[in-house]
Each structure stands twice: as structure tokens, then as C-alpha cells.
Design a protein around this ligand. Structure first.
Ligand code: PPE
Length: 313
């Protein structure tokens, strides 16, 4: 990975190489952490964070679901992120806030362990490759099922929950695919390992409902709004596995991945095996929105204040 200079840890800016934790950190053993993935873009109005507050609101909800009191509020985390981007001298970056049960208490009851909060930023290019974004990726339906709401909380972005995604990712990578698609216990399509999924038939976009076993992605919400603004109908309903293979178009969305067309699933070419018209239309407006080129979506951008932009040290 590409290193930056400073990482924010519990209110302090520390050197990248000094941002360390004790080996008996609770979250390291039991996955008791919640996190976010956010991106800052070099936009027409300067460096700006995409849907900044929405991400920190989701972090707070994930923390609440795991009984984790957040020692910093949204305003403090937002300001810390701005300052961190500025002090690292970055114009565009990925932002990774993490709140986790720290050192001091072992055993499964985390309630007496401290809650530590860190924010890291670094330059992270196209998550599924530049070619994936332009030509589309190949995906495989995973043999691993998406975590169910009967045993975990699909809508929470919690560290331990990602073991499920990690298994699916390893399986699809070893099989030679760029991404996995996970189904739920009933065989309904859920999402990728780190992306939501959209399917197009007959000019309409279909995506699994927010209350299904998915992470209710912020990019997902953005894509839905953009599609509707383009006059494209978007329906939230369950999707069967076989429907994927017969789709005209499929695409995935996520902060890290952005909007990526899917050109093949389980060796079935999707549409003509190249990104379709609707995917392209939504992707183009989405990229414009991210970079501040579309006035309609300016409210999604939170500019990094100029004073935070001065590289210190
Ligand atoms: N589903 C999952 C399981 C998921 O992890 C993500 C984000 C999404 C959907 C899309 O959500 P949103 O980013 O709000 O549109 N995955 C994050 C972590 C990726 C990683 O490798 O780490 C991300 O994209 O930042």
C-alpha cells in the first residue's frame, strides 16, 4: 500500500510508522471494531470528501449496534479527517476510520475494554483495477453465504463480520475471478465482498432491498438517486441467482470500488460481455458527481477547508 505521513489516533496525529497497537487489543482477537471507507476526491472545488457525514453517521450506527460508546462525535471526526488530509498534503485519498475495543480486558465481554478510534488516509487507486472500471469485471457466485441477520448484523460495518467477505474473496481470487457475489441462506442475491449489486433488465434497474442481508451502501444510494434523476426506473426487490445470468447488464458499487460494470458471472457473459448503456450512463454521472462536475450533486461534497490543506512539518 501507499503510505502517507500521519495517522490520527485518539485525538493525536502520529507518524505512520508509529501508529501501533498492543497485541492484546480486544478487537484484534475478537473482531470487535467498526469501520468506514470514505473517499476524498480532487474536485472542481478543491479536495472534497464524498458524503462525509453520511459515512460518519453509519459509523455511529454500527458502533451503537455493538454497544460501543463513541468517544468522538461526528463534528470532531469530520474535523479530524479534514485536518488529516491537509496535514498529509493529499488531494485525493481513501479514508479509513476505525473504532475498536482496545487493550485492557480479554474475554468475550468487551464492555470494560476501552474504545479507541483511529483514522488513516492513503492514496488508493481503482480497487478492482482501471480496466475493471472501463471494461467490466468477471465475478463468481460464492459457495459462502452472506452472513444472516439471525447470527450477525448485515447492515453494520463491523470488522469481525468481514471474515465472511474474506473467505468469499479468497475463493473467487483463487478461482481466477475479480470478485465474488454472495447469496443469502435462501439463495437470494445479496452483494459483493465489498460492493452492492445492481441488475438491469429491459431498461429497468433492480437491486436487493436495503433491509435484505446487505450493507446499505452510500454509493448504492447515490447510484439509485442518479439513475432516478436520469429517468431510469429503479426497483428494490429480491433477485434470484439465475436472474443474474440472464441480465442485460450488471454493475457493482462501493466506496473503494466506485461503480464497476460486471461483464461475466460464472462464465455467462452479461449482455454482450461489455458494459451496457444504462451502466455507462449512471457511471458517467456518478464520476461527474464525485469530481464536482455536476452541480446537482454538489451537496454530496464536503470540501476540505483551505487551512487544513496546508502541509505542516
Ligand atoms: N457491501 C459491503 C459488504 C461493503 O463492505 C461495502 C463497502 C459496500 C457494500 C458498499 O458500501 P459503500 O462504500 O457505502 O457504498 N466496502 C468498503 C470496504 C472495502 C475494503 O476492501 O475494505 C469500501 O468500499 O470502502
Amino acid at each position: 500500500m501507499k503510505q502517507a505521513d500521519l495517522i490520527w489516533m485518539n485525538g493525536e496525529f502520529v507518524a505512520w510508522e508509529d501508529a501501533k497497537v498492543h497485541v492484546l487489543t480486544h478487537g484484534l482477537h475478537y473482531g470487535t471494531g467498526v469501520f468506514e471507507g470514505i473517499r476524498c476526491y480532487d474536485t472542481e472545488i478543491g479536495p472534497a470528501v464524498f458524503r462525509h457525514e453520511d459515512h460518519y453517521r453509519r459509523l455511529a450506527r454500527s458502533a451503537e449496534l455493538y454497544y460501543m460508546p463513541m468517544p468522538y462525535d461526528l463534528a470532531a471526526l469530520r474535523a479530524a479527517t479534514h485536518e488529516l488530509i491537509g496535514r498529509n498534503g493529499l488531494r485525493s485519498c481513501y479514508i479509513r476510520p476505525l473504532a475498536y475495543r482496545g487493550y485492557g480486558q480479554m474475554g468475550l465481554n468487551p464492555l470494560d475494554a476501552p474504545v479507541d478510534v483511529t483514522i488513516a488516509v492513503w492514496e488508493w487507486g481503482a480497487y478492482l483495477g482501471e480496466e475493471g472500471k472501463s471494461k467490466g469485471i468477471r465475478a463468481k457466485v460464492s459457495s459462502w453465504r452472506r452472513i444472516s441477520p439471525e447470527s450477525l448484523i448485515p447492515s453494520a460495518k463491523a470488522s469481525g463480520q468481514y471474515l465472511n467477505s474474506v473467505l468469499a474473496k479468497i475463493e473467487s481470487t483463487k478461482a481466477g475471478y475479480e470478485e465474488a457475489i454472495l447469496l443469502d441462506d435462501h439463495g437470494r442475491v445479496c452483494e459483493g465482498t465489498g460492493e452492492n449489486i445492481f441488475v438491469v433488465w429491459d431498461g429497468r434497474i433492480v437491486t436487493p432491498p436495503a433491509a435484505s442481508s446487505i450493507l446499505d451502501g452510500i454509493t448504492r444510494k447515490s447510484a439509485v438517486q442518479i439513475a432516478r434523476d436520469l429517468g431510469i426506473e429503479v426497483i428494490e426487490r429480491d433477485i434470484a441467482r439465475a436472474e443474474l445470468y440472464l441480465a442485460d447488464e450488471v454493475f457493482m458499487t462501493g466506496t473503494a470500488a466506485e461503480l464497476v460494470p460486471v461483464r461475466e458471472i460464472d462464465d455467462h457473459p452479461i449482455g454482450g460481455g461489455t458494459p451496457g448503456e444504462i451502466t455507462r450512463a449512471v457511471q458517467t454521472v456518478f464520476e461527474d458527481a464525485l469530481h464536482g462536475r455536476d452541480e446537482r450533486y454538489r451537496e454530496w461534497l464536503d470540501p476540505v477547508p483551505a487551512r487544513a490543506g496546508a502541509k505542516v512539518g
